[in-house]
Each structure stands twice: as structure tokens, then as C-alpha cells.
Design a protein around this ligand. Structure first.
Ligand code: IMP
Length: 395
């Protein structure tokens, strides 16, 4: 088993090897595998950023045929949260006052911000979130905190970043005055790593009992004896900022070639694009709830033999009937119209145009209320085969 840790930092790798050495014999930094892909950290929480990094690297490895069945991709995200500053700098810790600003300046500014704060009002902590993504797509999280008070002046030269201003009352020293061994034994990252080790030991033991070969791509099409289609499109709609089902579907489907989102992602397009992975061409259109985006209202795209009209549908009255949509598709020379908005799956020929709606992946409204999506297999000669998929579970 291999753990690939998404960092360039040698000290982190050393710490990870010390703590997770009994989970995996082989622990490597992504750079040691020649991976220079840097997922963008657009998350609003440490956990979101950690998952973005780990799942981004997994997608990259999958797309570049580098992923082994029992690989675990792991990453961390951490920062300083100051109560008096409502949790800031938090996920922006590295970028606070600008990425290139020195920590002398950042630390002085935080002390200045807290000039009227006394006692417990100066409470702060380092937080660390770790995410592990298995080759088969399962995702695990752990957290750790390292609590103290913001010092009235910076002290100490060990450590890095904000260490000189986190004062630890029980030690009578700042974090930068601890030896590296002392800090590792109580730090946020150490705690999160140990919590991850305990969780992984349990999961892997359960897998062994169930006879699961960890990461054996249970739904990979090649393994099930099916011939992989020439190309595959995953079509979803109306995720409305709730992406758990979508993430799950993306990681379980394995390779897709195109990803189509028919509107109302509500701001998570960047994240979704990363979940989909590097080699996947993604199309997003604007829904009636996508207020602050520059997404196109409609797209015309050719897949295989078919010219497809992609739209959310609210401009074409799709809640009433599909004739205006079909007409618009025809005007644009399309024989397929993909739309969303109704949150109800549909696959229907209307006036010579195949109108398809994948339903909502997060908020279904049809009778059985099952979240749904559509997979379109494109054969070598460009023909479409449609698979409407309903999920049995809610997340
Ligand atoms: P990263 O998660 O390693 O990228 O860390 C993000 C930022 O959080 C760092 O650049 C530091 O500013 C801050 N940070 C995280 N952990 C520590 C720590 O243990 N000491 C001091 N600063 C930290």
C-alpha cells in the first residue's frame, strides 16, 4: 500500500512517515512521483481544501494512468484561527496580507488587531484538517486543534509562520519556543494525523474482514467485463451548492471524457471541475439561481454524431412543455437538447429533437424523489446510448 501525500514540504513528509508508518510501508510526496499538478484551494473550510487537493491529485493520477489499486492520496490544510478576529486568518493564513508578506508583518498586525483584547478574548488555535481519498473513491477526514492565546509580543525562533505569537499558558512559552519534538507531540497536525491513522487502521481492518481488496475499483467498467464505450458524457443538473452525490458519482464512474452541468451549480463550478479531473472537458451553463457568474446562457456542442443544445431551460418554458426548447434547438441545428430546471428526469423525442433532462443530482422532485444523473455512451461511430441513473440513497 502507498500513501501519496500532497505536499512539497520535507518536514511534513517526515512527520507523516513517523505517524503513519504502520498503515503503509511506502509514503511518498507527490513530487517524488513527478506530479506537479497544484489543485487550486478555493474551499471555505480547511476540510474542503484538504479534500480538493487529495481528490484533485487522485483524478490527475487516474487520468495519467498512475493510480494503483491500493493507493491512498492524502493531503492537509491548516491555519491560525483567532477568535477575536472571527476565525481569521483561517483558511487564508498563508495568503493573509498577501502571500509574499513576511510573517513578522503578519504577526505584528494580528497583535495590533488584538490591542484591546484581554485574557480569554485572546484565544486562538491552529487547526489542521487531513483528507484521505482511496483509489476506489472513498473519502475520509480527520481534524486536530492546537489551542493557545495570542501573545502580546512575538517570541521564539523555532517553527515557522504564526508560531511566535501562539502562547501556550500550560507551557509558559509560545509555540516557537517549543522544541520540534515538543511541538509535534501536541500540534494540530500531529493530532489530525494520529486521528487519521486510527481511522484508517479500522477501515482497512474492516475491509480485510469483508474480503475487500482495498481500492479495487469495484465499478470500473473493464473489471466488469463490459467494453468501455469510445467516449462517455456525464450529464447532471441542479446541484444547488450541494455536491456530495455528484462527488460520489464522479469518483465511482472512473474515466469520463465530457462533463455537462445544465445549470444551478450555484458557485461550485470551480470545485466540480476539479472533482471531474484534469483531462475531462467540462461544460457549464447558467441557471436561474446562478446570479453572479459569467457562465453562458446556452452552449451548442458536438459530441460524436450529434449536435447538442445545452441550456438550463427556464428561458424556454420547460416547466410547461418542451416544444419551445425543441424549436430553439432546431433553429441552432441541433438534434439533441439537454436541459435542467425541472428537477425531473426526462428522455423524450419532441418534434425530431431528443430532449433529455438528467433530473437533479441533489434535490429531486419526481415521484420517487431519487437524485439522478445521466450517462451518455458514445460509440465509435458517434451514436448515443442514454443511461438514466437514479441514486437510491440521499447524502
Ligand atoms: P499549510 O496548510 O501547511 O499550507 O499552512 C497554511 C498556513 O497556516 C501556513 O502558511 C502558516 O501561515 C499557517 N500555519 C499552519 N500550521 C502552522 C504551524 O504549525 N505554525 C505556524 N503557522 C502555521
Amino acid at each position: 500500500m502507498r500513501i501519496i501525500f500532497a505536499t512539497h514540504n520535507k518536514n511534513k513528509i517526515r512527520e507523516v512517515r513517523q505517524i503513519l508508518g504502520d498503515v503503509a510501508s511506502d509514503i511518498v510526496a507527490k513530487s517524488e512521483l513527478g506530479i506537479d499538478f497544484e489543485p487550486v484551494e478555493t474551499g471555505k473550510t480547511f476540510a474542503e481544501n484538504a479534500e480538493l487537493k487529495a481528490s484533485g491529485i487522485r483524478s490527475y493520477m487516474l487520468a495519467h494512468d498512475m493510480l494503483q489499486d491500493d493507493d491512498i492520496i492524502m493531503s492537509d490544510d491548516s491555519g491560525l484561527c483567532v477568535n477575536y478576529m472571527l476565525g481569521m486568518p483561517g483558511v487564508y493564513s498563508a495568503r493573509y496580507l498577501g502571500e509574499d508578506t513576511s510573517y513578522d508583518v503578519k504577526n505584528a498586525r494580528i497583535i495590533q488587531e488584538l490591542r484591546f483584547a484581554e485574557g480569554d478574548e485572546r484565544a486562538a488555535h491552529f487547526a489542521c484538517s487531513i483528507c484521505a481519498v482511496f483509489a476506489d473513491g472513498r473519502v475520509f477526514h480527520s481534524e486536530g486543534k492546537f489551542e493557545g492565546l495570542i501573545a502580546k509580543e512575538p517570541k521564539g525562533t523555532n517553527g515557522f509562520g504564526y508560531d511566535p505569537i501562539l502562547y501556550l499558558p500550560e507551557y509558559g512559552r509560545t509555540s516557537a519556543e517549543l522544541t520540534p519534538e515538543e511541538k509535534n507531540s501536541i500540534s494540530h497536525r500531529g493530532k489530525a494525523l494520529r486521528a487519521m491513522r486510527d481511522q484508517l487502521m479500522k477501515v482497512l481492518e474492516d475491509d480485510r474482514k469483508k474480503g475487500i481488496n482495498q481500492g479495487a475499483f469495484p465499478e470500473k467498467k473493464e473489471d466488469s467485463g463490459l467494453v468501455r464505450p469510445f467516449q462517455t458524457i456525464l450529464v447532471v443538473s441542479d446541484s444547488h451548492h450541494k455536491d456530495d452525490n455528484l462527488k460520489d458519482v464522479l469518483s465511482r464512474l472512473g474515466m469520463i471524457d465530457f462533463f455537462v452541468h445544465l445549470g444551478d451549480a450555484e458557485g461550485t463550478e470551480g470545485l466540480i471541475q476539479q472533482y471531474a479531473g484534469d483531462g475531462v472537458k467540462c461544460f457549464f451553463v447558467q441557471g436561474n439561481n446562478d446570479f453572479f457568474t459569467n457562465l453562458p446562457r446556452d452552449i451548442v456542442a458536438t459530441f460524436g454524431k450529434h449536435k447538442c443544445f445545452l441550456t438550463h431551460g427556464h428561458y424556454y418554458g420547460v416547466n410547461m412543455d418542451l416544444s419551445i426548447l425543441a424549436e430553439e434547438a432546431k433553429i441552432r441545428g441541433c438534434d439533441v437538447a439537454m436541459f435542467g430546471h425541472t428537477h425531473r428526469p426526462c428522455l423524450k423525442m419532441v418534434n425530431g429533437v431528443m430532449c433529455i433532462n438528467p433530473g437533479s443530482i441533489s434535490f429531486p422532485r419526481q415521484m420517487d424523489r431519487k437524485p439522478s444523473y445521466m450517462v451518455i455512451d458514445i460509440s465509435e461511430d458517434g451514436e448515443f446510448t442514454y443511461h438514466q441513473v437514479l441514486l437510491d440513497k440521499w447524502t
